[in-house]
Design a protein around this ligand. Structure first.
Ligand code: GLY
Length: 342
C-alpha cells in the first residue's frame, strides 16, 4: 500500500494505492454516506459497499450528463442528504467525474471521496479534481475543479476488469513517461509485460508513479494555465477519434499519442527513433497505433475541441521522451500535415 498527498488551492487529497478498499471504507459513517456507483462495479463488488446507501448511476458515457445529474440531485433530496454527509463516487472515470460534480454543486458542495476501480480512472480521472459532465456530445463542457478529500485506488478490483478496458489504462501510464518522466518510460520498456499480466506489486508501482507525476503537475498548475495542458498529450486527436469513431478513451489516447509523436517528428522537434519507441511500447500493451481516419473529418472534429482558440489548435508535442511542449497549429497547416502523415 502506498499513500500520497495532493495539496492545492482546490483542497487537499489523500490518495491511497492499495489492494482492497474494504478497510478504507470502514472510516465512513454508514448512516451519513451515500455511494454513487457504476452499475458494472456493483455486479462484481456490491458486497464492499453493502453497509452504505447505494445508488447506481448506470454505465457508459451517457451517465455523464446534466439530465442524470438532476435525477441524482432529486434522489439526494429524497434521502435527506445534508452537509454532514459524504458522497463516495465508486467506479471508473465516469462515476468519479459525475459524483465529484454532484458533490461539488449539491448544497454548494458537500464532502466527497472516490473509490477508483479502473486502471484508467486510477492513474488519471480520479486524481486532480476535475469533475463534470458532457454537453451535446462534447466532453467535460460543464464542471468544476475541486479536490476529493480521499481517493482509494483499489487494485483488487482490477482483477474483474475486462482485458480490453484494463489495457486501455496503460495508454495514460505510458503518457506520463512520454511527457515528463523518462526514467519511468525506461522502466515501462523493461517491465510492461508484468503490469499487463496484472502482477499486483508491479501494478502498484506503475499506478503510484503515474499518480505521483499527476500530483506534481496538478500542484504546479491546478487550473490548467500552463503545465497541466501537457497531460493532454495525444488527447486533441483522441477526442476527435472518440467522437467520430466511438473508440474507447484509452485506445483513442494511444492513437492520438502516436499521431502527436509523428507530428513532433514531422515538425522537426523529435527524433524519429523516439516516436518509434513510444509506438512499440503501446503495441506491447495491445493498444491500437494506427487507424483509417479521414483528414477533413478529423480536422473538423478537432476544430470544435475546446482547446481551440482563434484559428489555431493547441497541441502537446514532444521534444524528447520526457519533454513535452505546447505548440499551436493553424487549422490549414494541420490539415496539410495530417495529409502527409496519413
Ligand atoms: N485528465 C487531464 C487532467 O486531469 O488534467
Amino acid at each position: 500500500m502506498n499513500t500520497l498527498e495532493l495539496v492545492s488551492k482546490g483542497g487537499a487529497s489523500i490518495i491511497i494505492i492499495g489492494g482492497d478498499s474494504r478497510k478504507f471504507l470502514q472510516g465512513f459513517d454508514p448512516a451519513r454516506t451515500l455511494v454513487l456507483a457504476d452499475e458494472n462495479l456493483l455486479t462484481y463488488h456490491r458486497k464492499k459497499f453493502d453497509s452504505f446507501n447505494i445508488i447506481s448511476i448506470g454505465a457508459g458515457e451517457q451517465a455523464k450528463s446534466m439530465t442524470r445529474a438532476i435525477e441524482l440531485y432529486h434522489k439526494l433530496l429524497e434521502l435527506e442528504v445534508d452537509r454532514s454527509w459524504t458522497l463516495i463516487g465508486a467506479g471508473g472515470g465516469i462515476a468519479t467525474d459525475l459524483s465529484g460534480f454532484i458533490a461539488s454543486t449539491y448544497l454548494r458542495g458537500i464532502s466527497f471521496a472516490f473509490v477508483s476501480t479502473t486502471l484508467l480512472g486510477q492513474v488519471d480521472a480520479s486524481i486532480g479534481g476535475k469533475n463534470g459532465v458532457n454537453l451535446d456530445g462534447f466532453k467535460n463542457m460543464i464542471g468544476v475543479i475541486n479536490q476529493p478529500a480521499q481517493v482509494f485506488c483499489d487494485i483488487d478490483s482490477l482483477s474483474s476488469l475486462p482485458e480490453r478496458e484494463f489495457l486501455a489504462g496503460f495508454a495514460e501510464i505510458v503518457k506520463y513517461g512520454a511527457i515528463r518522466d523518462p526514467e519511468f518510460f525506461e522502466y515501462l520498456e523493461r517491465n510492461i509485460e508484468s503490469g499487463i499480466k496484472r502482477d499486483a506489486k508491479v501494478l502498484e508501482y506503475m499506478i503510484s508513479r503515474s499518480v505521483k507525476n499527476k500530483i506534481e503537475v496538478v500542484q504546479a498548475d491546478e487550473r490548467e494555465l500552463g503545465e497541466r495542458k501537457t497531460l493532454n498529450f495525444g488527447h486533441t486527436f483522441a477526442h476527435g477519434f472518440e467522437k467520430l469513431y466511438k473508440i474507447p478513451h484509452g485506445e483513442a489516447v494511444s492513437l492520438g499519442m502516436v499521431l502527436a509523436a509523428k507530428l513532433s517528428v514531422k515538425l522537426g522537434l523529435l527524433e524519429a527513433e523516439k516516436a518509434e519507441r513510444i509506438e512499440k511500447l503501446l503495441i506491447r500493451c495491445s493498444l491500437p497505433v494506427s487507424f483509417k481516419w479521414e483528414v477533413e473529418v478529423l480536422a473538423e472534429a478537432m476544430k470544435k475541441d475546446k482547446k481551440r482558440s482563434g484559428g489555431s489548435i493547441s497541441f502537446i508535442l514532444l521534444k524528447d521522451i520526457g519533454k513535452a511542449v505546447i505548440h499551436k497549429l493553424e487549422v490549414q497547416t494541420l490539415k496539410t500535415v495530417l495529409h502527409d502523415l496519413r
